[in-house]
Design a protein around this ligand. Structure first.
Ligand code: NDP
Length: 254
């Protein structure tokens, strides 16, 4: 796997915390000379991650770019600003990880703003990022798109109508794309995690840390690293091996 990922250029959305952050570190631990484009809205966290990566490997190249995937104009700006020969044309792997839940209200009570935030980030942002890389990958007949979905996309629950439907959309989008790209060397995969302890629940409960902590009390959730290991497994197969669909649970989750 180290050999297969050596020197690869990888773009991760939502790399400032949780699964995205752990994925960046796992790529470096697996192949110390990877080239990472780390994106999220919080640039300070990305800079800290870059420093941490620097202490792990002097061979890794890291480009930090502030990017709000929920804003199509910001996505356009990002691709225009990304140095073409050095980074854009060399891109091998896109990890579409940025995503969030805003609130758990029932359908009649959900604020329009929260619907838009979830759809624009989890669905439209992921689609726009993918649309930007497909021509690049097609030009070289190579590349991997890994989308982070959720068990929520398969098992909707009350209060999760918007989030669950965004993740069902990620699933359907990924599968359509994979079928469109059959007979190419472009791989497309979705990874659906169960419960992972990250900042996810803090965001879900709008910053209420005690409510977020209560979610994980008495259970042993997955960690960002657990999911990162799966991302590396999927990305690190031989080029004609597509792990199209992966569901990952902690052992307590039924
Ligand atoms: P975190 O909250 O720790 O990480 C979410 C990441 O997404 C952050 O880096 C955040 O960065 C980024 N993000 C959010 N909105 C935007 C945006 N508009 N533009 C760019 N980046 C954005 O949670 P997780 O690591 O758990 O979440 C990662 C993915 O995993 C999500 O897609 C989530 O839906 C999915 N998932 C999580 C599960 C869990 O139990 N934790 C279970 C199943 C799936 P910033 O705020 O700096 O922009």
């Amino acid at each position: 796997v180290a050999k297969r990922l050596s020197g690869k250029t990888i773009l991760i959305t939502g790399a400032s915390s949780g699964i995205g952050r752990a994925t960046a570190l796992e790529f470096v631990k697996t192949a110390p000379d990877v080239r990472l484009i780390l994106t999220a809205r919080r640039q300070e966290q990305l800079e800290e991650l870059k420093t941490e990566i620097g202490s792990l490997s002097s061979a890794a190249e890291v480009l930090v770019k502030k990017l709000d995937v929920s804003d199509p104009a910001d996505i356009k700006r990002f691709w225009v600003e990304l140095p073409k020969e050095e980074w854009k044309d060399k891109l091998d792997i896109l990890v579409n990880n940025a995503g969030l839940v805003k609130g758990l209200e029932h359908v009649g009570d959900i604020a329009e703003e929260d619907v838009n935030i979830m759809y624009n980030t989890n669905v439209t942002g992921l689609i726009n990022m993918t649309q930007a890389v497909i021509p690049l990958f097609k030009a070289r007949d190579a590349g991997t798109v890994i989308n982070i979905g959720s068990i929520a996309g398969r098992e909707p629950y009350p209060g999760g109508s918007i989030y669950c439907s965004t993740k069902a959309a990620v699933r359907a989008f990924t599968e359509s794309l994979r079928k469109e790209l059959v007979n190419t060397r472009i791989r497309v995969a979705v990874i659906d995690p169960g419960q992972v302890e990250t900042e996810f629940s803090v965001v879900r409960f709008r910053g209420d840390k005690s409510k977020a902590d209560a979610v994980y009390a008495g259970v042993e959730p997955l960690t960002g690293e657990d999911i990162a290991e799966i991302v590396i497994f999927v990305a690190g197969r031989r080029e004609n091996v597509v792990i199209a669909d992966t569901l990952v649970f902690p052992s307590h989750q039924g």
